[in-house]
Design a protein around this ligand. Structure first.
Ligand code: ACO
Length: 374
């Protein structure tokens, strides 16, 4: 038995949702065949979510209908609001999100059905409600009044409005929207794989999304951006970056926001877009986060030859949008829910139970010793 640690480079399934290809030292990332840079420049999150779920870009009327459908589904059932008020205010917001997802499942009479139509309905519901769960839990834990969804605002603008209680500027909306687009899908990353493993048992969509949210929170995956922010705060000044990085590497520690399982020695295309965005926002907000991030990037390249991943520049983008550090991974999840649900549906529709093997390395064929003789 040949073991591939961490399933490195194992091709575990086929997908038509997103494509990563490394060509001549450059990485291509496409959603349903559309280049991420083009989508980043021209699209909106609603359009990208539609593309991921249905496989095609929507017509104008299809997009209008989809956008309306999301708006109609934004509000949470009172029971879920009640649940959020009962959670400990010290709970990590990502734990609150996965608990709320599980609770939503208890209210869905169609929970066990996996047909295409019913799954699409569930997906729309989850895409629409994720921002509300995150914003409501944040306001509840801060002891602030809930800000209900505003139907005049798009997905990204409405999220910032519900979170901060005031309408965001155009730059903030565009930045949030772009961030959601860039996080919407990424082939067989760990959380999507977790969702697909659950879906392969024909578990309900809520269970699959709980598996995905539970996997995303880890610091080696989506949880890295919160740690990046902690690092930016600790470094505090660009000239201190090199010493910080050197000392951390000497202690054998990892620098959060660097390295990637797929993009080894190749820049993650999402990082290219996020870096531009982080620079623009830092200039507009006159904040120091971009400068510190750039100094860290330079130092890590020099001392370990590693490139920043999607979580690295996300941190300064979120900080400049006024988002608290421990909500960073939730922001990732708000973007990724469209990809997760698209993958769950794809798995349901071309299913084979995901059940790999393990090479046994423990003691073999031992003789059982009765308790009285041990
Ligand atoms: N800091 C320091 N060294 C690193 C880092 C890092 N961030 N990432 C990898 N390395 C080193 C390893 O120590 C190892 O070095 P060695 O060969 O000298 O022992 C080498 O690079 C290869 O590392 P692996 O762990 O084998 O690479 P793998 O593909 O398994 O790990 C991972 C990928 C988990 C993302 C890793 O790069 C990491 O821990 N990064 C920090 C956490 C992070 O930013 N996660 C977010 C990833 S993006 C996302 O999930 C959305």
């Amino acid at each position: 038995m040949d073991v591939k640690d961490g399933l490195k480079d194992v091709v575990a399934t086929e997908t038509s949702i997103s494509r990563i290809e490394l060509v001549d030292g450059k990485a291509i990332l496409e959603y349903r065949g559309y280049d991420i840079h083009e989508l980043a420049q021209n699209s909106t999150y609603e359009e990208v979510a539609y593309l991921l779920l249905f496989g095609e870009l929507p017509s104008k009327s299809e997009l209008e209908l989809f956008t309306e459908e999301l708006k109609e589904r934004r509000e949470l059932p009172p029971q879920v609001v009640g649940l959020l008020t009962h959670l400990s205010p010290f709970s990590h917001p990502m734990v609150a999100l996965r608990t709320a997802v599980s609770y939503l499942g208890t209210m869905d009479r169609n929970i066990a059905y996996t047909s295409h139509e019913i799954s699409i309905e569930k997906a729309k519901n989850l895409i629409a409600k994720f921002p509300t769960i995150v914003a409501y839990f944040h306001r509840i834990r801060m002891g602030e009044k809930l800000v209900h969804p505003n139907d005049d605002l798009g997905h990204a603008a409405n999220f910032l409005y519900m979170l901060h209680g005031e309408e965001p500027t155009e730059t903030m909306v565009r930045a949030m929207d772009l961030d959601f687009i860039l996080h919407a899908d990424h082939e067989l990353n760990a959380s999507t794989f977790a969702a697909r493993v659950a879906a392969s048992t024909l578990a309900d969509m809520y269970a699959c999304v709980v598996a995905a949210t539970g996997t995303l929170i880890g610091p080696l995956h989506g949880g890295a951006s919160q740690r990046v922010m902690e690092m930016l705060r600790e470094v505090a000044l660009p000239w201190r970056a090199e010493k910080y990085v050197q000392e951390k590497l000497e202690r054998g520690e990892r620098i959060m926001g660097f390295g990637h399982r797929v993009y080894r020695n190749v820049m993650d295309p999402r990082t290219i877009e996020l870096k531009k965005l982080a620079k623009k926002l830092s200039e507009e907000k006159d904040s120091k986060w971009y400068e510190i991030s750039e100094a860290i990037e330079e130092a890590v390249r020099k001392h370990k030859n590693l490139l920043p991943n999607v979580d690295f520049y996300s941190a300064s983008v979120y900080a400049n949008l006024g988002i608290p550090d421990d909500l960073f991974v939730n922001i990732f999840a708000i973007g990724r829910i469209s990809g997760w649900t698209a993958h769950i549906i794809e798995q349901y529709e071309n299913n084979s139970l995901i059940r790999p093997r393990a090479k046994y390395v423990g003691p073999k064929s031992r003789k059982y010793v009765p308790l009285s003789e041990r």
